[in-house]
Design a binder for this molecule. Structure first.
Ligand SMILES: *[C@@H]1O[C@H](CO)[C@@H](O)[C@H](O)[C@H]1NC(C)=O
Ligand SMILES: *[C@@H]1O[C@H](CO)[C@@H](O)[C@H](O)[C@H]1NC(C)=O
Ligand SMILES: CC(=O)N[C@H]1CO[C@H](CO)[C@@H](O)[C@@H]1O
Ligand SMILES: [Fe+2]
Length: 455
């Protein structure tokens, strides 16, 4: 069985990689070709095994060292050997943020529909639907949030995103991602990042759904830890990248490279598999991370720390401390705060907050917010616990308790004020128009005669 064999292969293919810091230079050779990585230089006159050398730059050449990213790929044929790109149908993928009028309301979506293969075959690329976003791929500043729902593997098709990085959050169904750097199996509760310009192809094993956060113009990095110190949150050692894997496969019928460029899709044909990299080295690679490895830090006395303590990865803007987008999770943990209203508090935020649910029940909304669905609370749009949550938690006996067991909710938090697409508001037909009603039953508790009790 193919999927089982892929899974086993994947287990033996992981390497530990470090996301940042001095010496974050890695290399990998396909074990079938020992010595395929040139020694002592990047671009020899003749590469071992008759390979071509090709550099993939993930940052401007002159970026300071901590943000300078590039990898050298040693491949059977260079990427440039392809026919010209032609425009293709973009389906529900868009970067047009003016399709519909702005909508500042709290928005909630029921789980997004996965196509049944009996209806039509939809693969990862055709199954990308843009929900919301802001900014501009051309000026390299912005984000897009997409849902992917698919039921078919990509066959002789790969995707190359010239616009930005994809942070992929599978929610239902594992995905096998073949990249120029090797293969990664990514299961729900794991995430992966495919950075700008890295070609990849997605295999699925059934009905598959997940979320994508795309950022234009920045790469994800680990947040600084400040007073937390050297250890905590997502630790660098838990990020994995694949080892080199190549196929020397000619495709007479044509292999399609789909390029997302300035928000639109283009396709080009070539006669060989693009996964022909025998060896690589550098610090610009795809990677994955298991959310169970997140070391949770939280309040152990009273009140709340801000949700930024749950940041897994951040894509920084040019303003200090302000993210284009943060990827934040709400993992299983202990709640121990004394004399505190423990659930998330009522608030309005200058950032916009998109939330998704991988599994379980989110603590501030036990019903309504379901795995595979989402919510968007836009810039300064008020939100917080529903009435049941407020009443229960205001009178609950406070003792140490487990929070969010069996649950993994996450947030894409962004400094952009995001536009929702026509697909998100209308076409997908998953918008829950009754969402606002969960706050309608909130009632007044104000008592002007209340006095502090004398003790
Ligand atoms: C766009 O989304 C709708 C609803 O989710 C779906 O029915 C339709 O097939 C999609 N269009 C394309 C071209 O994929
Ligand atoms: C992939 O995208 C990069 C830009 O990130 C572009 O330079 C390259 O030509 C593309 N390659 C293919 C084969 O699509
Ligand atoms: C590739 C794949 O797993 N396809 C699945 C798509 O969905 C149908 C049910 O609608 C399954 O039977 C297929 O196995
Ligand atoms: Fe919030």
């Amino acid at each position: 069985d193919v999927s089982c064999c892929m899974r086993q292969m994947h287990l033996s293919l992981n390497l530990l990689q470090y996301l940042s810091g001095f010496g974050n230079e890695f290399s990998s050779e396909d074990p079938r070709c020992p010595g395929s990585l040139p020694e002592g230089q990047n671009n020899p006159q003749v590469c071992p095994y008759g390979l071509y050398a090709e550099q993939l730059s993930g940052s401007a050449f002159t970026c300071p060292r901590p943000t300078n990213k590039r990898s050298w790929l040693y491949r059977i044929l260079p990427s440039v050997r392809h026919k010209p790109y032609t425009a293709m149908h973009c389906g529900n993928l868009t970067e047009n943020w003016d399709e519909v009028e702005p909508d500042p309301n709290q928005l909630r979506w029921m789980p997004f529909t996965i196509p049944k293969s009996s209806e039509k075959k939809v693969d990862f690329v055709t199954g990308l639907h843009t929900l919301c976003g802001a900014g501009d791929t051309k000026s390299r500043n912005g984000i897009g949030i997409h849902m992917f729902t698919c039921n078919t593997s990509m066959v002789d098709r790969c995707f190359n995103n010239s616009d930005g990085d994809f942070l992929i959050v599978p929610q239902q169904g594992e995905i096998l991602i073949t990249t120029e750097f090797g293969k990664m199996m990514v299961e729900p509760n794991e995430i992966c990042v495919i950075q700008q310009g890295m070609r990849f192809s997605v295999n699925v094993f059934g009905e598959t759904r997940g979320y994508v956060l795309e950022v234009y113009g920045a790469h994800f990095e680990l947040p600084d830890l400040g007073p937390i110190g050297a250890n905590g949150l997502a630790n660098p050692r838990d990020f994995l990248t694949p080892v080199a894997w190549y196929e020397d496969r000619e495709v007479a019928t044509g292999y399609t490279v789909i390029n997302k460029y300035q928000g639109k899709l283009f396709s080009s044909q070539q006669v060989f598999s693009p996964f022909n990299v025998v060896a690589w080295h550098g610090n610009y690679t795809p990677y994955k991370y298991n959310l169970d490895n997140f070391m949770v830090i939280n309040c152990v006395a009273f009140d709340h720390a801000d949700p930024s303590i749950f940041t897994v990865l951040t894509a920084k803007s040019s303003r200090p401390g302000v993210a284009m987008a943060d990827f934040v999770i709400f993992p299983p943990r202990w709640g121990v705060a004394d004399h505190t209203f423990r659930p998330p508090y009522y608030h309005r935020n200058c950032m916009s907050e998109f939330m998704g649910l991988i599994k379980g029940h989110y603590e501030a909304k036990e019903e309504g917010f379901q795995p595979g669905g989402g919510t968007l609370h836009s810039t300064m749009t008020p939100h917080g616990p529903d009435r049941d949550c407020f009443e229960k938690s205001s009178t609950a006996l406070l003792k140490p308790e487990r929070v969010a067991d069996g649950t993994m909710a996450f947030m894409f938090e962004s400094s952009f004020s995001m536009a929702v697409t026509k697909w998100g508001l209308e076409t997908c037909q998953r918008l829950d128009k009754s969402y606002y009603q969960c706050w309608e039953p909130l009632r007044k508790h104000f008592d002007p005669n209340w006095r502090p009790s004398k003790q």
